[in-house]
Design a protein around this ligand. Structure first.
Ligand SMILES: [Zn+2]
Length: 510
């Protein structure tokens, strides 16, 4: 039996806002990134990688905004081994309490020869020069050997050793292309740990991709073989098939402390709320059978299983829903619920907000409770999202009407209010009610973005449920997401489209 003192503390490096955000369809705007950053801080990650500042002015700006807000954990910025990248990252991280400069350079033959067009000697030299340069501005420097798994292990040890001598406090061993097998990866990590000169002065990190579905398995194998840090993302989002999923790593280590004698400082009861948030702001749904956070992760369908769980939960459940923050107490909120009960519910749902935001959300809750008898947890989550991650509105919905049927096409009329006070009204025809209204909005706004995604679903069951719409629009290679929630599905679609339009106007108007 292990006691708490014997547990090895594994460092959790979250890269949802960098590797996750750069994945197809996962882009987030600034208010969304800030809200995710706040929740990651509350979740208790040790480091959050906030972005890649040299990649665009927008990325630099968002890393800076996150560095200003987050105080409870380190904030990292990614840089290639170039002085201009390091300069951009240190500018972005200037306000951070605990900044980390994360420099990377590829060490595999295929990357060195074809991408970098550099010899191994040149790679070694540039890695050392960059760590030294970064170290001038920041005590906490991490060096990553991109595509480390497909690199010559002895070369990686040599580069890591030199990086540590130059001042790197963490050296990261990525399986950039998701090619490794768990036992093999564990052995490799042990080899690197034992053969890197000066390894005792730095932490060894891993960064695994999920191309063969093994990112978590490989990360866990690495921990068992001496890795000190794991890099991961919420819901496993990331380039291609994604990264190691934070929730799976954290719960795996926590549940099997008897096996690993290791743990993280993550507050697992915050997991569900942050998973929902990331899914909502990216518009990327979590698959129902996803471990830990999927809708079915705690569902028992077969009679024999249900019987077992009712008799004793442990028969078929290795963890409780509450341990990841799914509230047990199904307290019903309605129009008679007071502010205190509402605030308690927000806390139970992992959605605690400051007093001012609470006032705004409570007012919207009262409005919704007038329309609906029962306000569900998902409804509350939608209200919080509307308030915390919205951008300033250029256009507001005044009113709308649609006329549709099987014989004739649809027509829609919409009236919007611009932020300068003027009202604009327009009627348009289209293929169905949504098309007609969206066309009318485009004409008022004077822009024609492409509608890349339009998804509608009910947030809760029953005929008085709220319709939730997600849209993604694109123009000139840039993308914006919008969400809308309403008891009327046409209205939720209009709200979603307008919120994407407002995100676009705000972004383009900056
Ligand atoms: Zn990656």
């Amino acid at each position: 039996m292990t006691t708490n003192n014997e547990l090895r503390r594994i460092t959790v490096f979250d890269t949802t806002l960098r590797d996750g955000e750069q994945a197809p369809g996962c882009s987030m705007n600034l208010p969304e990134k800030i809200e995710v950053a706040k929740r990651l801080e509350r979740l208790g990650v040790d480091i959050m990688e906030a972005g890649f500042p040299a990649s665009s002015p927008g990325d630099l700006e968002s890393v800076k905004a996150i560095a200003e807000i987050v105080k409870g954990c380190a904030v990292a910025g990614l840089c290639r081994c170039l002085e201009k990248d390091i300069d951009a990252a240190r500018e972005a991280l200037a306000p951070a309490v605990s900044p980390r400069l994360h420099v990377f350079l590829a060490t595999s033959p295929v990357h060195m020869e074809f991408k970098l067009k550099m010899t191994p000697e040149q790679v070694l030299e540039q890695a050392v020069a960059s760590v030294k340069y970064a170290k001038k501005f920041c005590a906490d420097v991490e060096f990553s050997a991109e595509d480390a798994f497909r690199s010559d292990p002895d070369f990686v040890c040599k580069v890591f050793g030199a990086a540590i001598t130059a001042g790197a406090l963490t050296v990261n061993f990525p399986d950039t292309v998701g090619y490794a097998m768990p036992a093999e990866f564990g052995e490799r990590i042990r080899y690197i740990k034992e053969h890197t000169p000066g390894m005792e002065k730095a932490k060894l990190s891993v960064h695994c991709h999920n191309d063969l579905g093994l990112a978590v398995a490989n990360s866990i194998a690495a921990v068992a073989n001496g890795a000190d840090q794991v890099e991961c993302t919420i819901n496993g989002i990331g380039e291609r098939a994604g990264n190691a999923s934070l929730e799976e790593l954290v719960m795996g280590l926590r549940l099997r402390q008897d096996y690993f004698s290791a743990d993280t400082k993550v507050d697992s009861t915050q997991i569900y709320a942050v998973s929902r948030l990331v899914s909502q702001v990216t518009g990327v749904k979590v698959q129902p059978n996803k471990a830990i956070v999927g809708d079915n992760a705690f569902a028992h369908e077969a009679g024999i299983h249900q019987h077992g769980v009712l008799a004793k939960r442990e028969t078929y459940e290795i963890m409780t829903p509450e341990s990841i923050g799914i509230p047990k107490n199904r307290m019903v909120l309605g129009k008679h619920s007071g502010r205190h009960a509402f605030e308690e519910r927000l806390k139970d749902l992992g959605l605690a907000v400051d007093a001012e935001t609470l006032g705004t959300i409570f007012a919207s809750f009262k409005e919704l409770a007038d329309k609906k008898k029962i306000v569900s947890d998902r409804d509350i989550e939608a209200l919080v999202m509307d308030t915390t991650v919205s951008v300033p509105e250029t256009w507001k919905l005044d009113h709308w009407a649609v006329n549709t049927g099987s014989a004739l096409g649809a027509s829609g009329v919409i009236r919007l209010q611009h932020k300068d006070g003027r009202h604009e009204k327009l009627v348009s025809m289209g293929d169905g009610p949504i098309d007609s209204i969206f066309k009318a909005i485009n004409q008022i706004v004077g822009k024609e973005p492409e509608l890349e995604l339009y998804e509608i679903g009910a947030i809760t069951g029953g005929s008085s449920s709220q319709g939730e719409t997600m849209v993604k629009i694109a123009m000139n290679g840039r993308r914006w997401n919008g969400r809308g929630v309403s008891t009327d599905v046409v209205e939720s679609s209009i709200k979603a489209y307008l919120s994407a339009i407002n995100a676009m106007e705000w972004d383009l108007g900056k």
